[in-house]
Design a protein around this ligand. Structure first.
Ligand SMILES: Nc1ncnc2c1ncn2[C@@H]1O[C@H](COP(=O)(O)OP(=O)(O)O)[C@@H](O)[C@H]1O
Ligand SMILES: [Mg+2]
Length: 199
């Protein structure tokens, strides 16, 4: 197996068209807490990947999970991180990702870490990294998910983020027929963020 990438949480190695995601120990966390957290996130990611497969959602298919070794095996998604290719077609790609987030939210799946490093452009945009995901029907959780997307776009794509976020929300409305309550809530979440910044 050859190491492919290293995220904040895990090392990713590849064997043919299979990826091994290995959640590594974090020495800055207390041992016991670290074990619990890694186990919880490994299980959670497996659970969400299985649900997404049922829904035929563009994400890697899970092959195996081991919560002793804190490892997942899944499909290798070919292509570039959206982070590196978004600028090539920002509006069209953002609308696509927004629509897909809408579909996720329609199914009450909150991604929890919507950055363009957690999206890969294959023939279409596929989503990865569901370790912080959870199931929720609350508009607050969905609005916060969108707010995190906005912050990720602002920080990594500062020159195009506004048109990207606008296009993502346009797509979101197509993907989620209940979008209006979430988008209203998003306004409140953003107002809260601005107030926090003042103090
Ligand atoms: N199934 C996959 N197919 C292709 N690349 C992947 C896959 N899973 C992870 N990667 C690559 O490894 C990086 C880190 O994986 P990720 O699941 O995001 O871990 P972390 O939780 O540490 O961020 C990703 O940004 C991506 O480049
Ligand atoms: Mg990641």
């Amino acid at each position: 197996m050859k190491e492919l990438d290293r995220g904040a949480e895990a090392t990713i190695s590849v064997d043919g068209d299979v990826v091994l995601k290995d959640r590594v120990k974090k020495s800055y966390r207390l041992n016991e807490i670290d074990d619990k957290l890694r186990k919880f996130r490994t299980r959670r990611e497996a659970k969400v990947l299985n649900k997404l497969e049922e829904l035929n959602f563009p994400a890697p298919r899970l092959h195996a999970m081991c919560d002793k070794l804190m490892q997942l095996r899944m499909d290798m998604v070919q292509g570039n991180k959206l982070r590196d290719v978004l600028y090539q077609n920002p509006v069209v790609l953002s609308e696509e990702l927004g629509k897909k987030i809408g579909i996720m939210h329609t199914n009450d799946i909150i991604h929890g870490d919507l950055t363009t490093s957690n999206m890969i452009l294959d023939n279409e945009i596929k989503f990865i990294d569901f370790g912080l995901s959870f199931f929720s029907a609350k508009e607050e959780d969905k609005a916060v998910d969108l707010h995190l997307l906005r912050q990720a776009l602002e920080s990594k794509h500062y020159d195009i983020w506004e048109k990207c976020f606008e296009a993502a929300l346009k797509g979101y409305k197509q993907g989620n027929s209940d979008s209006s309550v979430v988008l209203d809530r998003l306004k409140q979440v953003e107002a809260r963020g601005r107030n926090k910044a003042k103090f």
